[in-house]
Write a protein that binds this ligand. Structure first.
Ligand code: GDP
Ligand code: MG
Length: 598
């Protein structure tokens, strides 16, 4: 296909505004996927994604479309993940396109994620086509929402397409608009090969499968390629297109989108954002914008049963083949024994990995509260990166602690502005700006420590605004603060896995909160257990978990065996997620107690 008849585009939207439904409809209308094969939301493949209704990993689909002008076009849809943790992947898949459909729910309006995606699309110089979706809903107000888009984004909406992805309304107009408005890719087939990787995954039989867009030159089966950032070279076994199932072809040229397999050992050799070139005829410069994704959030993972340590190591090794952003190192905790310190792009990434480890590998884990990465300058002028609160050097050895800050963008109906401001104040946020985007909706901007965001901020925001507010954030850098390590002692012993880093002004309140939460969460045992919060040797708060008086079974008055069994089973259930710390059994929830303080 000549470049002039190719259109590469993606769909950007706030979560739930209908991106996946529209993608399905496009595949159907173009006959790419036969109606009877159409599973709902074809593009979201991972079960977990479907359950959570979010798109985590990118996929692509090639569609053939005969336009009104009688010509046949190839339309490549490149899907983007729908979560802030993966915004780097979003930016790379947008970089592989010339245009984007901006889908906005006509019964809702512009949300925080709409804006974040639009900025990414504008940075990549994409042609943006506004689509007002869900016009079948009685509450749809396409005129109001069109005006909102014009006001907030400055995008001309006079030609916005009115659509219902659900009912199939507007789908043909969308296809025509893609052909007419999205520029064709530049025809640079004569130049040395440069292809942009926008996704990759590990296949146990064929090695890593790489999804890419050819920007310049062309690529054939059998070519020896070089990944410019990782420096790795491989011979291509297979190339093809995604329709959306993989179909082999002999070659792909500038403007086309496809996949390759080359018995690549791990996704680290072919990371998202890297440039593929030919080993014996390389391009002089890689494509711009490559960044190695850095983990921002860390936690400890410890098998409850020490025998599962090797299983956990193996599982993490396998995960790493498929997830270049995952980071892990063995960790030994005096309280928890042997485990791993794991790093993630963000909270969602962390939850996904944890859930899959438990589901797919049957591992029973205790997971410690998430921590960000602190930058500590020692009194010898060394800079240390601390991702584990228990490793914070003592005050006399450090000069300065800095923590990551984010710019937080929220959109909310005006009646919740007060509640959100209050939340941000308690979370050490610095107010930056507030704008009314319409008469009754406002955008609020704060600069706030990432540590405050990873401790349950999202749920707090949702519950304080009855679900109506939305948020987005991105890291803006490190800032010094008066931070201290808060130690938690259980039965007079400091528990390293419960230590956290907090602002000095909040330490007393956090210490009290944590101690009383732990008192609720740690079950009574045969003896009294003191729980304390301390900074250094200074105890801020102390409570006792009183000793158990009676055995559970004594309630059963002897006779009833089945009831006795049930009680014992219940007790066992409760035990499943317990870790013995010294002589005290501590449940999983205790390690997350810090997330439950309000
Ligand atoms: P995504 O998060 O942007 O991928 O959104 P989805 O495509 O998963 O859609 C979110 C919800 O909105 C689903 O329950 C869809 O069935 C529903 N939905 C999507 N498009 C429409 C539409 O045009 N009309 C109506 N009434 N519902 C829609
Ligand atoms: Mg979706």
């Amino acid at each position: 296909v000549p470049a002039s008849r190719i259109r590469n585009f993606s769909i950007i939207a706030h979560i739930d505004h209908g991106k996946s439904t529209l993608a399905d409809r496009l595949l159907q209308v173009t006959g790419t996927v036969a109606d009877r094969e159409m599973k709902e939301q074809f593009l979201d493949t991972l079960d977990l994604e479907r359950e959570r209704g979010i798109t985590i990993k990118l996929q692509a689909a090639r569609m053939n479309y005969t336009a009104k002008d009688g010509q046949e076009y190839v339309l490549n849809l490149i899907d983007t993940p729908g979560h802030v943790d993966f915004s780097y992947e979003v930016s790379r898949s947008l970089a592989a396109c010339e245009g984007a459909l901006l889908v906005v729910d006509a019964s809702q309006g512009v949300e925080a994620q709409t804006m974040a995606n639009v900025y990414l699309a504008l940075e990549n110089d994409l042609e943006i086509i506004p689509v007002l979706n869900k016009i079948d809903l009685p509450g749809a107000e396409p005129d109001r929402v069109a005006e909102e888009i014009e006001q907030v984004i400055g995008l001309d909406c006079s030609e916005a397409i009115l659509a219902s992805a659900k009912e199939g309304i507007g789908v043909n107009e969308i296809l025509e608009a893609i052909v007419a408005q999205v520029p064709p890719p530049a025809d640079t087939t004569e130049e040395p090969l440069r292809a942009l990787i926008f996704d990759s995954y590990y296949d146990p039989y064929r090695g890593v499968i790489v999804y890419f867009r050819v920007m310049d030159g062309n690529l054939k089966k059998g070519d020896r390629v070089k990944f410019m950032a990782s420096g790795q070279e491989y011979d291509i076994d297979e190339i093809g297109v995604l329709s959306p199932v993989q179909i082999q072809v002999d070659q792909l040229h500038a403007g086309e989108v496809g996949y390759l397999a080359a018995a690549i050992k791990t996704v680290e050799h072919a990371r998202v954002g890297d440039t593929i070139t030919l080993a014996n005829h390389p391009a002089t410069k890689p494509l711009p914008g490559y960044v190695e994704a850095k983990p921002m959030v860390f936690c400890g993972m410890f098998p409850i049963d020490a025998d599962q340590f090797e299983d956990l190591r193996e599982a993490l090794e396998k995960f790493k083949l498929n997830d270049a952003a995952l980071n892990y190192e063995p960790e030994t905790s005096s309280a928890m024994g042997f485990g791993f310190r794991c790093g993630f792009l963000g909270l969602l990434h962390m939850e996904i990995v944890q859930e899959r480890l438990e589901r797919e590998y049957n591992l029973n884990l205790i997971i410690t509260a998430p921590s960000v990465v602190y930058q500590v300058t020692t009194n010898k002028d060394e800079v240390l990166l601390i991702d584990n609160p228990s490793e914070l050097p003592p005050p006399m050895l450090r000069e300065k602690i800095e923590e990551p800050y984010v710019r937080l963008d929220m959109m909310t109906p005006q009646e919740h502005i007060g509640a959100l401001m209050e939340l941000c104040e308690t979370r050490r946020g610095d107010f930056k700006d507030m704008k009314y985007i319409t008469q009754d909706r406002a955008s609020l901007i704060y600069e706030i420590p990432l540590a405050e965001i990873v401790t349950d901020f999202f749920n707090q925001m949702k519950s304080r605004t009855k679900g109506y507010a939305s948020m987005e954030y991105h890291i803006i850098g490190y800032r010094p603060n008066d931070l201290v390590k808060l130690d938690i002692l259980v039965n007079e012993e400091p528990v390293d896995s419960l230590a956290c880093i907090v602002h000095r002004d909040k330490a007393y309140q956090m210490g009290r909160g944590l101690v009383s939460k732990l008192k609720q969460l740690i079950p009574r045992q045969q003896f009294k257990i003191p729980v304390q919060a301390a900074i250094g040797s200074k105890v801020l708060s102390r409570e006792n978990i009183p000793a158990l008086r009676k055995n559970v079974l004594s309630k059963c008055y002897g006779g009833d065996i089945s009831r006795k069994k049930k009680l014992l089973e219940k007790q066992k259930e409760g035990k499943k997620r317990m870790k013995a710390i010294g002589t005290v059994e501590v449940p999983q929830e205790a390690f997350m107690a810090i997330l439950k303080l309000n």
